[in-house]
Design a protein around this ligand. Structure first.
Ligand SMILES: [Zn+2]
Length: 184
């Protein structure tokens, strides 16, 4: 059943799907706690297999269709049920897996400014990348546009909300350039 959401922080979006994003619906999501305002964007980096770009493995992971026989690493993460709202590919393509009003499963055990369970009140954005690599100009362009559309109060790295456990998106992420371009 289609429902419209005329009110709320993402008013006007068709069921929480962003226009212009390629939709790949993930079953790995659930309702946010009632009355939760979404205020945080959590930035991640992912590549599958690790260090390799392109291919459909990330989309398969987020839709529980990863073939454990296709790569030794895929066997290690077999059965993992995760997702994010968005993935920004190396060429800047924006893919959306979970509608904004639903809770995606990206941050895990986490806390932001003393508040736990970041998945409840955040939007997860994965950049296709590995920590030793720079992200591409096309990715920053898409990210900047996404941030401007979402207008969330805070932006944090996964490593900020899960310190000691997570290191993504890593030291190569150009925070200063991003923040400078956002303030223009
Ligand atoms: Zn992460």
């Amino acid at each position: 059943m289609r429902k419209t959401r005329p009110d709320g922080p993402h008013a006007g979006l068709d069921e929480g799907w962003l226009p212009g994003a390629r939709q790949v619906a993930s079953p790995n999501c659930d309702e946010r706690p009632a009355g939760t305002a979404v205020s945080l964007l959590v930035l991640h980096a992912i590549s599958l297999p690790p260090g390799e770009y392109g291919g459909d493995a990330i989309e398969r992971l987020f839709t529980n269709r990863l073939d454990p026989r296709a790569h030794p690493y895929f066997r290690e993460i077999q059965g993992l049920k995760v997702s994010s709202h968005f993935l920004i590919r190396r060429d800047g393509e924006l893919v959306q897996f979970v509608p904004l009003h639903m809770r995606a499963w990206h941050a895990g055990a986490s806390s932001w400014r003393g508040r736990g369970r970041c998945n409840d009140f955040s939007v997860g954005v994965e950049l296709e990348g590995a920590e030793e690599d720079s992200f591409t100009p096309a990715q920053y362009q898409t990210l900047e546009s996404l941030i401007k559309q979402l207008r969330l109060r805070d932006i944090a790295a996964h490593s900020d909300v899960a310190p000691g456990r997570k290191t993504d998106p890593g030291a190569a992420f150009a925070w200063r350039a991003l923040l400078a371009s956002l303030s223009r």
